[in-house]
Design a protein around this ligand. Structure first.
Ligand code: SF4
Ligand code: SF4
Length: 412
């Protein structure tokens, strides 16, 4: 890959702290053909602690790293170190292991870098600023970004494809909307949804050049008057909106551990039972795992009060990293247009709050801690971009104005 300009999110730090979360439990690591050949050539034997017959496993037609019955990768040693890394160095590991939790996306003549918040160090913003790690990111980008990445077109803003500079203007103004540190995340999302609606209604998605910046500047500037605050008596989301929110919560709450994939029949029945309870919403939630217990739905639907400044800052960082790295539309998100992808991203706010409340109530609390919100963000981002996406659901939610209503309702 020719030398490409790399842009990092302006608000994120990360270094790997070796917690091994990504080497055990939920992640099935897909292997490229080159990965498989390299691992075979490394000559692993049972004497090294790796039975060569268990190095690979098949999952949905894809060859992945093997895992022990407790979910740990077969290359993870008892001290929590990667045997491949220890014996042959970082570059000898599978490509997906080397990349995680970074995500690198083409954006015209540059590359933008994002982060998965499923990594605890990303949620905690712990480590070095990403620009200091540019040489490593450049090396990894060469592995995954095609030579001709400049030819990849941007997603449409609404429906009609345009050019990268104009598309990136919309991304810039979305980021501007999400920036103010003294505005709650829910209100920033409501304002962003409001001006994007104006773009849609006025068919302004095709505006180009400097005049586009003037129009977007005016729209983003005036939205603070039009949406001055989260409505005190926010309109209740429709029954339909609340039903789809709960089903989205369930989708994002589940942690399918590697050992559960093996017992997939039993796991599927369990999830089907859980979906039934969530669809009804009366009575009690299912007992999903040790942190998401059986609790009354009504206890989650009470008002938990405002988030702490630290939780607001974490959520702002989450949404800004997703927007800056384009991890909400186009090739990075099911080839969806910018406005639709952003609506889905905004829906993650009520999903995160609902899930955080479920963590809190499961622990016997009626207020949220920052750790509840961090755990919710982490679980939600584990699924973002990987779980199947239902475009019709986002469209139906939007038609009933439930995206904004849900953000307002859970942001009160
Ligand atoms: S989850 Fe994050 S911090 Fe933990 S080992 Fe993986 S990359 Fe490192
Ligand atoms: S190969 Fe190494 S880095 Fe990758 S999952 Fe296994 S132990 Fe972790």
């Amino acid at each position: 890959m020719k030398s490409a300009r790399i842009e990092f999110p302006s608000v994120a730090n990360w270094s790997c702290h070796g917690c091994t979360d990504c080497c055990r439990g939920c992640f099935l690591v897909p292997l490229t053909e080159a990965d498989q050949a390299r691992l075979r050539s490394q000559g692993w034997t049972a004497a090294d602690g790796v039975d060569p017959d268990t190095m690979f496993q098949e999952s949905r037609g894809q060859t992945c790293l093997g895992h022990h019955s407790d979910g740990a990768c077969v290359f993870l040693d008892a001290a929590g170190r990667c045997r491949i890394h220890a014996k042959f160095g970082e570059a000898a590991k599978p490509q997906a292991c080397r990349l995680y939790p970074l995500a690198i996306h083409p954006a015209g003549d540059k590359l933008v870098v994002g982060l998965y918040f499923s990594c605890p160090s990303v949620v905690a913003n712990a480590g070095k600023p990403l620009p200091e790690q540019a040489p490593l990111v450049k090396k990894l980008a060469a592995l995954v970004v095609p030579e001709n990445f400049q030819d990849i077109p941007p997603a449409p803003v609404l429906a009609t494809p345009g050019e990268w500079p104009d598309f990136l203007r919309f991304v810039h103004w979305l980021d501007v909307s999400l920036t103010p540190a003294d505005v709650p995340v829910a209100l920033k999302l409501l304002r962003s949804l409001h001006w994007l609606r104006g773009i849609e209604r006025g068919c302004l998605d095709q505006i180009t050049g400097e005049s586009a910046d003037e129009i977007l500047d005016a729209l983003v500037g005036s939205v603070t008057e039009k949406v001055p605050a989260i409505p005190g008596r926010a309109e209740k989301p429709s029954r339909f909106g609340r039903l789809f929110l709960r089903l989205m919560v369930l989708e994002h709450a589940r942690q399918v551990r590697v050992e559960q994939r093996r017992a997939s029949g039993a796991h599927r029945w369990r999830m089907l039972g859980a979906a039934f309870r969530f669809a009804r919403s009366g009575g009690w939630t299912p007992d999903l795992d040790k942190e998401l217990k059986r609790v009354p739905f009504a206890a989650i639907e009470t008002n938990f009060g405002p988030l702490s400044p630290a939780a607001e800052a974490m959520l702002t960082r989450f949404f800004r990293v997703k927007v800056q790295s384009l991890h909400f539309c186009g090739r990075a998100f099911h080839d969806r247009p910018l406005i639709e992808g952003f609506r889905h991203l905004a829906m993650l706010y009520p999903v995160i709050i609902w899930l955080a409340r479920w963590f809190a109530v499961s622990a016997g609390r009626t207020t949220l801690t920052d750790a509840d919100v961090a755990k919710a963000v982490s679980r939600v981002d584990y699924h973002h971009g990987f779980s199947p996406y239902l475009p019709w659901r986002t469209r139906l939610l939007q038609q009933r104005e439930d995206v904004a209503r849900l953000c307002a309702w859970y942001g009160r």
